[in-house]
Design a protein around this ligand. Structure first.
Ligand code: ATP
Ligand code: MG
Length: 655
């Protein structure tokens, strides 16, 4: 095997274990038996999960995989997604149950029961019909985190329209390309939302975007901030149109494979892809995983996922999964540091949140701010913590468990993607003895593996490419309008396997650890080294809050490791000095071995992140290799790159 074909090195050793709390294990929704049951009869297992939903016509066949990679799940079945998320709970006598506690950034709040939600969604569905939207049409949604966002999504689902939610932080250009790609007939937006204590406008961006988007016939505008907005002929106010509609509407059953939504990936690696999700399989797996991974007890849990609904995490785990399960959720409009850095913990205390689901980037930010902030709040209601979006470094995992979870709560590190629609690899909180930093095992019913470059399963202790070997219900069906790109992007690297783009390793017990994108892997003196392991080693130093590493061309070693490090708030002045940089390099060498020692470390104040909070290493690689910076259109804050580039000439290396 040539050097470049070597699978990923396995450097990080982690021995801490956190078994499930006894009382959680005793009453857990899922026990270890589920793995065997699903392995013995995978399709039977998923058919049983589909029975969680209410079908207006039963399916004839669980899976049609006769034309791979184009899957059909629950063939011939019919259902309505909004009916399953709303009406059936009201019919079951749960109309008075809270679906959403909504918390506005300025401190205003709204409570929506399932009965309220049914009325609001019905009115919005009738409004869309009045605007001429029909089954199969596309509707773009560009809203802040206000109740009208899930209401609009469910209204689309109710009439069989396909929604395309575009994150409210995107530019007019990004919005227009997404509207165009989907040929949306209607755009739903707001005057603006509140962010960092101020109104932040959205409507002007929409005006710019639709000015040359000929598919758009109407723009439906929610009043949120009350700021003045320019009006055009296409505009209609939510308060005028939706409020006068009847709150009665009969949901339209659709085929299990009817398109529910299009969602663009977050664009960490390049140009976003319009991922298509359909109805029956998607809702089955989001409902099952939300119930299983968070051990959801809908009668008593208060669940909060802090993601933006504009990302897949919000689609699956704020809207569809929790509502299908009849859960009570929290939605928060704003940023974690408004009016102060305790806002999230205040929300948890206020609503007595029991399950909290967030991203490693947020956890590391809270670490940087200091443990004394959450210590001021009563977080004793929490019983399960979740993480998604990036590999969680062991240090961040342990901090999360100890500081937020009072050392009691299991942490579930959930691996999945926009493309997978739902969680695929994760501990089960009542079953798994968690390892900090490991996503552990594929969920029951999911067949995932780590393979070498020939597609052969790697042995325990080895690293390689993460693949999914059997279709799963919430899998993407295609890239919108581009079947060829779908096949090429996901199904051409390994025969008959879905390749996710991520690297992973199996430890000696066969448990899975995510190692970051394979595109980011560094080839140093013939060893493939994952960015995740070096970053984790850096973050395990007590003075480091965040780190990103990339491989830069090096005349001696092929590639050399360049690290960008954000020190913790309490680290003090010395972090700029040469002694500190040496200390960090030695720390990495001690933790992972000399091969992983960074050639260069740059101390920075921020890292370039996508708007979903993921580190964009490709831009750092441009800096490290002195190239001009690539596409920054999905970057959250474009000034960050200037600050980092300015740092480069002063960076020094020892040895
Ligand atoms: P694009 O595909 O456009 O570059 P993206 O991959 O960032 O964007 P998402 O679908 O939001 O868009 O992110 C999925 C990716 O996030 C995964 O492929 C993986 O790299 C990373 N990820 C998500 N959860 C985890 C996790 N628990 N551990 C490790 N990595 C994770
Ligand atoms: Mg991706």
């Amino acid at each position: 095997m040539s050097e470049s074909q070597e699978t990923l090195s396995n450097l990080l050793q982690e021995t801490r274990r956190f078994p499930p709390p006894a009382e959680l294990a005793e009453s857990a929704n899922v026990t270890a038996a589920a793995y065997e049951e699903a392995a013995a009869d995978r399709l039977g297992f998923w058919a049983a999960q589909a029975e969680r939903l209410s079908w207006s016509r039963p399916w004839d066949e669980v899976l049609d995989w006769s034309n791979p990679p184009f899957a059909k799940w629950f063939v011939g079945g019919e259902l309505n997604v909004a009916y399953n998320c709303v009406d059936r709970h009201v019919e079951a006598g749960l109309g008075a149950k809270v679906a959403y506690h909504w918390e506005g950034e300025p401190g205003d709040s709204r409570t929506l029961t399932y009965a309220d939600l049914k009325r609001e969604v019905s009115k919005a569905a009738n409004a869309l019909l009045e605007l001429g939207v029909r089954k199969g049409d596309r509707v773009a949604i560009y809203l802040p985190m206000i109740p009208e966002l899930p209401i609009s999504m469910l209204a689309c689902a109710r009439i069989g329209a396909t929604h395309s939610v575009v994150f409210g932080g995107f530019s007019a250009d990004a919005l227009r390309t997404r509207i165009d790609d989907a040929q949306a007939r209607v755009v739903i937006t707001a005057d603006g939302g509140f962010r960092r204590g101020k109104p932040s406008s959205l409507k002007p961006t929409v005006d710019q975007a639709v000015a040359d988007a000929p598919s758009v016939e109407h723009v439906l505008v929610v009043r949120r901030t009350g700021e003045d907005v320019a009006e055009t002929e296409r505009d209609v106010w939510w308060e005028d149109l939706v409020e006068r509609q009847s709150d009665q509407h009969t949901p339209e059953p659709v085929d299990a494979e009817h398109p529910l939504y299009i969602l663009y990936t977050s664009g960490t690696t390049g140009k976003p892809k319009g991922i298509l999700h359909t109805s029956g399989g998607y809702l089955t797996q989001t409902a099952y995983t939300h119930w299983a991974v968070f051990d959801l007890k809908p009668e008593r849990d208060v669940y909060w996922c802090s993601a933006d609904i504009g990302w897949v995490t919000g689609h699956s785990y704020i809207v569809y999964g929790p509502l299908a399960n009849g859960a009570t959720s929290v939605i928060y409009e704003g940023t974690p540091d408004t009016p102060n850095r305790g806002r999230w913990w205040d929300v948890i205390q206020k609503y007595k949140v029991t399950i909290f689901y967030t991203a490693p980037t947020a956890i590391r930010t809270c670490m940087k701010w200091g443990a004394d902030i959450p210590a001021r709040y009563d977080l004793s209601s929490l019983r399960i913590l979740g993480s998604v979006g990036e590999p969680i470094n062991p240090e961040a995992y342990v901090w999360y468990r100890e500081t937020i979870g009072a050392s009691r709560t299991p942490v579930v590190d959930t691996w999945w993607q926009t493309e997978t629609g739902s969680i695929m690899i994760s501990p089960l909180p009542g079953v798994t003895a968690g390892k900090p930093g490991a996503a552990m095992r594929p969920l029951p019913g999911i067949v995932a593996d780590v393979v070498d470059d020939q597609g052969r399963s790697v042995p325990n202790g080895g690293g390689g490419f993460l693949v999914v070997k059997e279709p799963w219900p919430s899998m993407l069906r295609t890239i919108w309008g581009d079947d060829e790109r779908y096949v090429k992007t996901y199904w051409s690297r390994f025969d008959g396997m879905y390749f996710a783009g991520d690297g992973a390793k199996k430890d000696d017990d066969g448990d899975l650890w995510l190692l970051g994108r394979v595109d980011d892997v560094m080839l140093v003196s013939g060893h493939n080294i994952s960015t995740t392991e070096v970053e984790s080693a850096l973050v395990s130093h007590p003075k480091v809050a965040e780190a990103a590493v990339v491989g830069a061309t090096d005349p001696v070693t092929g590639q050399a490791i360049v690290a960008f490090v954000i020190p913790r708030g309490e680290a003090g002045e010395e972090v700029e000095g040469e002694a500190f940089l040496k200390e960090l390099r030695d720390h990495v060498a001690r933790t992972l071995g000399p091969i992983a020692k960074p050639r260069q470390i740059l101390i920075v104040a921020e890292l370039p992140k996508t708007r979903s909070g993921k580190i964009m290493r490709r831009l750092l690689r441009d800096v490290a290799e002195n190239r001009s910076i690539g596409d920054v259109s999905t970057l959250a804050d474009s000034t960050v790159m200037d600050l980092i580039s300015a740092k480069l000439p002063e960076a020094k290396s020892d040895d």
